[in-house]
Write a protein that binds this ligand. Structure first.
Ligand SMILES: *Cc1c(COP(=O)(O)O)cnc(C)c1O
Length: 480
């Protein structure tokens, strides 16, 4: 497909306006540029067709199956969008007085209360703008906590199955990272944790269910090990889909955590935002929370509280991504206590159904009951046929489904991580399984063919290393 600049015809334009009755004004030379701006020139119809064709090439959860593991690409009811589009929410100003913004303050208050209930925590902030931002915020709070006790702890333990943002956030907050391995069953090696745990460790960062989709069965012992040495337990709650309404991190012994509202709680994501990564914590960490938070006064009105003197300060302007909070609150209220639990149970059921069916023809290294996702491996397939997880993923694009997450977690070679989510029907999952089966069969009969996939997209295989190392992020003409 041609870019809009390649479609340009000099002198062509979109609008034909009647002559203006206002006299022309000549700008001072200092306000103008010498060169003509390099803008595309197209007719209105060509312009509309260009962007319509582009939009049809985008793939989202509204287009089809999107089993991107660790991302929870679930369908988000349009009702949430309606709520977020209400004028009272879109037109509210962050500096508006409390009295005229009671509804907006109530949203922030209620959402925090519900999230406390869902996670088993005592307090929280909605300010962080993403999961990684929530991690970073929490680590600053953990740091402030130890400093307020007059000590300094320098290390953070991160298991090898962790999401890449965990070590990155800990490093950004100035901690030294200590890696601990997973056992063959995919869970944390408690003996290794005991060895690593000393008086310099500020926290253990843990994802539970972990990135293999497995519930850490030794979580009680893990919590005890960390707490015994005075450390704190951090919960990466980016993916709460399998446990919400059923198990609470606060009850498992975690002290502080973040949630990704844009994964579990109904904000569509994938294009880079806006997101929201609320941080929830136990009482002893409360005074370090960032930002001004909402309190309910005795009279039932909502008011902004001054931040505590020990607060780590703002991590973002104002109150976070407010409309993402509106969507999350709408989602929680519509589902209710039973509905939330039901969604979690169906997410787990769908993942296990798909795991069982996929394991009939593709290796699933930890083939035991999983939570909301599971990890298959193309390692054997690659040995036998030369076809890698990347090739299979690319071939799935030609089947019309979004590929799963690949090469993560790192502890499974040639990993393919599937997360069907609770919102997919049996028919959709069956259809995807059959397509995956046909791709795996094609790998055995005609491996070369898969090396050329995808064939149905405008760009076949981009140079991923170059795209990551030398991204061109400016709008406008692509430099040649
Ligand atoms: C997505 C994810 C994150 C990071 O969340 P962002 O909003 O992308 O910053 C952290 N941990 C886990 C386990 C995740 O799945």
């Amino acid at each position: 497909m041609k870019t809009i600049f390649e479609k340009t015809v000099s002198g062509r334009k979109c609008t034909e306006l009647p002559e203006s009755g206002i006299p022309a004004y000549t700008l001072k030379a200092a306000c103008t540029r010498a060169e003509k701006a390099d803008l595309p020139e197209l007719s209105e119809l060509d312009l509309v067709r260009h962007y319509d064709a582009l939009s049809a090439k985008a793939y989202g959860v509204d287009s089809g199956f999107y089993p991107l593991g660790s991302c929870t690409m679930k369908y988000n009811p349009k009702l949430n969008e309606c709520a977020a589009a209400l004028e009272g929410f879109t037109d509210v100003h962050p500096l508006q007085g409390d009295k005229s913004a009671q509804g907006a303050l109530e949203v922030l208050y209620l959402l925090t209360e519900y999230l406390k209930e869902i996670t088993g925590m005592d307090d929280g902030t909605l300010q962080p703008a993403a999961g990684a931002h929530g991690e970073f915020t929490s680590l600053l709070m953990i740091k402030a906590y130890f400093e307020s006790k007059g000590g300094k702890r320098t290390k953070v333990i991160v298991p090898d199955s962790a999401h890449g943002t965990n070590p990155a956030s800990a490093a950004m907050a100035g901690f030294e990272i200590v890696n601990i391995p997973s056992l063959a069953d995919g869970c944390v090696d408690v003996a290794a944790l005991k060895d690593a745990m000393d008086g310099d460790v500020a926290a253990l960062m843990l994802t539970n269910p972990n990135t293999l989709g497995l519930f850490e069965k030794n979580i009680g012992e893990i919590a005890e090990t960390v707490h015994k040495k005075g450390g704190l337990l951090y919960y990466d709650g980016a993916n709460l889909n399998a446990v919400m309404g059923i198990a609470r991190p606060g009850d498992m012994g975690f002290d502080i955590m973040h949630i990704n509202l844009h994964k579990t709680f109904a904000t569509p994501h994938g294009g880079g935002g806006p997101g929201s990564g609320p941080v929830l914590c136990k009482k002893r960490l409360s005074e370090f929370l960032p930002g001004r938070r909402v309190a309910k006064t005795d009279g039932g009105a909502y008011a902004l509280k001054k931040a505590s003197p020990k607060s780590i300060g703002n991590v973002r302007a104002f109150y976070g991504n407010f409309l993402v909070c509106v969507r999350a609150l709408t989602y929680i209220i519509t589902l209710g206590r039973e509905g939330i639990k039901d969604a979690a149970q169906k997410a787990v059921l769908n993942a296990n159904y798909m795991r069982k069916r996929v394991s009939e023809f593709l290796d699933v290294p930890h083939n035991v009951p999983c939570m909301h996702e599971f990890v298959a491996s193309c390692e054997k397939l690659k040995e036998e046929t030369g076809v890698s997880a990347l090739d299979v993923a690319k071939a799935l694009i030609d089947c019309g489904i979004h590929p799963p997450t690949i090469y993560f977690p790192l502890i499974v070679h040639e990993a393919m991580m599937f997360e069907p989510t609770e919102t997919e029907s049996k028919e959709t999952i069956d259809g995807a399984v059959e397509m995956l089966r046909s791709v795996i069969e094609a790998a055995r009969t005609n491996p070369q063919e898969l090396k050329n996939a995808p064939k149905t997209t405008p760009v076949g295989r981009p140079d991923e290393v170059k795209a990551a190392r030398k991204p061109i992020v400016a709008f406008g003409k692509i430099p040649r």
